[in-house]
Design a protein around this ligand. Structure first.
Ligand SMILES: [Zn+2]
Length: 203
C-alpha cells in the first residue's frame, strides 16, 4: 500500500462533528426553529416526562472531505465551531446536504443570519411586551382553531363538494362558450335599443 493511500484513508475517516454543547448553542441561537422553513423543531412527547425533537445541527461546510461544501482551508476547530453550523428540521437538513446548488455556503449563512436576527427580535419583544404577546398568541390560536375546525367540516364531506363546485363552474364556462348566439342576440338587441333611442332623439 502506498503512503498516499494510507493518508487518504486516514483523513476520510475523520469527521469534525459538533459537540452536544455546540449543537445546543446552534439550536438556541434560532430559538430551536428551523433556520430554513422556520418550523418548530421541539415539542412535548406523549409521555409527560419526555420531549421530542426533529432538529439537526447541519454543517455549513462539511465535517469531512468529500462532504457537501467541504472547505479544506478551515481548521478542525473552525469546522466544529457553532459558526459553521445552522439549525434546521430533518427535512431541510436532508435538503441542505443533497441540494448544494441551492444551499451554497453564502445562502446558508444568509438563512442563518435571518433566522438569528428574527430570534433576537422575538426575544427582545418578548422581554418588553410579554403579557400582551401572550394574550395576542392565545387570541390568534383560538381564531386559528376555529378556522381549522371550519375547514375540517368542509373537507370532511367537502372534497366531493369542491369537485362538484369546480365541475359546475366549468360547465357554466362551457355553456357560455357553446352558446355564442345568446351574446350575439343580446348585443343585437342592445344595438336595436340604442338605434331606437337615437331615432327618438332625432324626431
Ligand atoms: Zn425546515
Amino acid at each position: 500500500m502506498s503512503p498516499e493511500t494510507v493518508r487518504i484513508r486516514v483523513t476520510s475517516t475523520v469527521r469534525d462533528e459538533f459537540s452536544s454543547r455546540t449543537k445546543e448553542i446552534i439550536a438556541r441561537r434560532t430559538g430551536y426553529l428551523c433556520a430554513i422553513c422556520h418550523c418548530a423543531t421541539t415539542g412535548p412527547a406523549q409521555n409527560p416526562l419526555q420531549a421530542k425533537s426533529i432538529g439537526v445541527a447541519a454543517h455549513i461546510t462539511a465535517a469531512a472531505p468529500g462532504g457537501p461544501r467541504y472547505d479544506a482551508t478551515l481548521t478542525s476547530a473552525e469546522r466544529k465551531s457553532p459558526e459553521n453550523g445552522i439549525w434546521s428540521c430533518q427535512n431541510c437538513g436532508k435538503e441542505i446536504d443533497s441540494d448544494v446548488g441551492r444551499f451554497t455556503v453564502e445562502s446558508l449563512r444568509e438563512y442563518r443570519l435571518r433566522a438569528e436576527t428574527a430570534a433576537g427580535e422575538r426575544f427582545a419583544i418578548r422581554n418588553r411586551h410579554g403579557p400582551e404577546l401572550a394574550q395576542a398568541e392565545r387570541t390568534a390560536r383560538s381564531a386559528a382553531t376555529t378556522v381549522v375546525r371550519q375547514w375540517k367540516s368542509v373537507y370532511r364531506y367537502g372534497e366531493q363538494r369542491l369537485v362538484q363546485l369546480n365541475l359546475r363552474n366549468r360547465a357554466m364556462v362551457a355553456d357560455a362558450e357553446t352558446l355564442p348566439h345568446m351574446d350575439t342576440g343580446t348585443s343585437d338587441r342592445g344595438l336595436r335599443n340604442a338605434n331606437a333611442c337615437r331615432e327618438r332623439q332625432v324626431h
